[in-house]
Write a protein that binds this ligand. Structure first.
Ligand SMILES: Cc1cc2nc3c(=O)[nH]c(=O)nc-3n(C[C@H](O)[C@H](O)[C@H](O)COP(=O)(O)OP(=O)(O)OC[C@H]3O[C@@H](n4cnc5c(N)ncnc54)[C@H](O)[C@@H]3O)c2cc1C
Length: 418
């Protein structure tokens, strides 16, 4: 319709992250004239950080009904986008373009090369092949509308861009250094959309107690973390946890963090960490008795090395209340039972979530009810589409969030090209 260098665009895509690149590439593939606007000097800055630089591109769960359960109560929104471009199509898309993939523990799919840069490379090739005009260093400042149609985009440097359709893919507010500063939420609101409460999610936790700091760097597999509020169990996760200088991180902590954030708004949140969830009280007690008889003449502080990683020993000794210099054969039954209790329920108080700076994802966003999941089109503005993290839906760690971007991006691009 209108001109940036006198080019008439069918679709203008704002945001060159995974969702925006997929949307722009797909629209271009269908023959649309597309411009992709990215404020950074390069595309996909956050994508390069994904999976610790290895990019966990999706989850090998091929049953959409099972997959959407992981996106929470409103996960069904994703059923249609997945029916158009699901996990199988995502893997096929990358493999066909030369990216070999592999499946790791927990059905997580990564590029065989372990390089997020290779995923980005494929997407950039896809854009180029489909003649998408990639304009980096192009920060969108305003989106203007007339009644229920967008008329143009105004860049911060004054350039103006018009198109028949617009796709907003500006992501969330987390890791703002990557370019995701939440600009799209503001435009969506200005255009009449509801943006639900934005919270950092998949984010580490600051803990009140100082002892986790002593175990910093220690990663524990097969532990169970349970969340309590007002003495009532709220949720729990089994898996991997990491101690840090501020408290806790690791997959099970990140996955519980969204819920913990909501609970913190209502009051105090307590966590109990079970270091030996596979053993019941009696079995663990028996195990400790056997260690105690093996080390009967040693001091208590020197008898836990078979049971615990080094970094946790002094912590557990202290929390058990048993004198570290007590001879093992002098430890009473009550003291031993107290030790079992500590191992099965290390108590911690949550101070806060670590904030958007350290969050993997933003929870909240453009209200699902205001987006047509068959097209990703806004129900309020005729020529507006959304894709990716800006939408009020996210999954846990494990490839779910990129899959959300691929599916919604592809569908938005396809719909906007029509
Ligand atoms: C450290 C980390 C690791 C992660 N690892 C994984 C993983 O392994 N697997 C997984 O599934 N998910 C992972 N995620 C989540 C995943 O990165 C996001 O879900 C995904 O990047 C969201 O994509 P998006 O395209 O919606 O937005 P973004 O990736 O945030 O991209 C938005 C783009 O819009 C641009 N933009 C913003 N405002 C403007 C503006 N005004 N004008 C022009 N451009 C603008 C930004 O610069 C940015 O490039 C990880 C996230 C983080 C932070």
């Amino acid at each position: 319709m209108k001109r940036e260098n006198n080019i008439i665009f069918d679709a203008a895509v704002v945001g060159g992250g995974p969702a925006g690149m997929m949307a722009a590439g797909r629209a271009g593939e269908l023959g649309a004239k597309v411009v992709l606007l990215e404020k950074n000097n390069a595309l996909g800055r956050k994508l390069l950080l994904t999976g610790k630089g290895r990019s966990n591109i999706t989850k090998a769960e091929f049953n959409p009904k099972e997959l959407v359960k992981k996106y929470g109560r409103e996960g069904d929104f994703l059923l249609y986008p997945l029916s158009v471009f699901g996990v199988k199509e995502t893997i096929g898309f990358f493999e066909k373009k030369g990216l070999k993939t592999k499946t790791e523990r927990g059905k997580r799919i990564f590029p065989q090369s372990d390089k997020a840069g290779d995923v980005l490379g494929i997407l950039i090739d896809y854009l180029k092949k489909n003649k998408v005009k990639i304009t980096t260093n192009s920060e969108v400042g305003k989106i203007l509308k007339n009644k229920n149609r967008i008329t143009k985009i105004i860049l911060k440097d004054g350039r103006e861009i018009s198109a028949k359709n617009y796709i907003i893919c500006t992501g969330g507010k987390s890791f703002p250094g990557t370019g995701s500063t939440g600009d799209g939420y503001k435009w969506a609101k200005e255009m009449g959309h509801t943006v639900t409460k934005l919270r950092p999610a998949l984010v580490p936790l600051k803990i009140k107690e100082s002892w986790p700091k002593r175990a910093q760097g220690l990663s524990l597999k097969n532990v169970e973390l349970t969340v309590f509020q007002n003495g009532k169990k709220q949720d729990s996760r089994f898996g991997e946890l990491l101690f840090t200088h501020f408290g806790l991180s690791g997959p099970i902590v990140l996955d519980l963090s969204g819920e913990i954030g909501e609970l913190l708004e209502k009051g105090e949140v307590k966590l109990f960490l079970d270091l030996k969830p596979a053993l019941d009280f009696q079995t663990l007690d028996k195990r400790i008795r056997s260690d105690f008889s093996k080390y009967s003449n040693k001091l208590f502080k020197n008898c836990l090395s078979d049971l615990l990683p080094k970094k946790l020993i002094s912590v557990i000794v202290e929390l058990s209340g048993i004198t570290p210099f007590k001879k093992v054969n002098e430890i009473t039954r009550e003291e031993r039972h107290k030790l079992v209790g500590v191992l099965r329920g290390l108590e911690m108080g949550v101070c806060s979530l670590l904030g958007f700076g350290k969050a993997i994802i933003t929870s909240g966003g453009v209200l699902l009810k205001e987006i047509d999941s068959k097209t990703m089109k806004s129900k309020l503005i005729e020529n507006l589409f959304f894709a990716g993290e800006i939408i009020d839906l996210h999954g846990p760690t494990g490839g779910y969030n990129l899959q959300f971007c691929w599916s919604t991006g592809y569908l938005a691009g396809q719909s906007a090209a029509k």
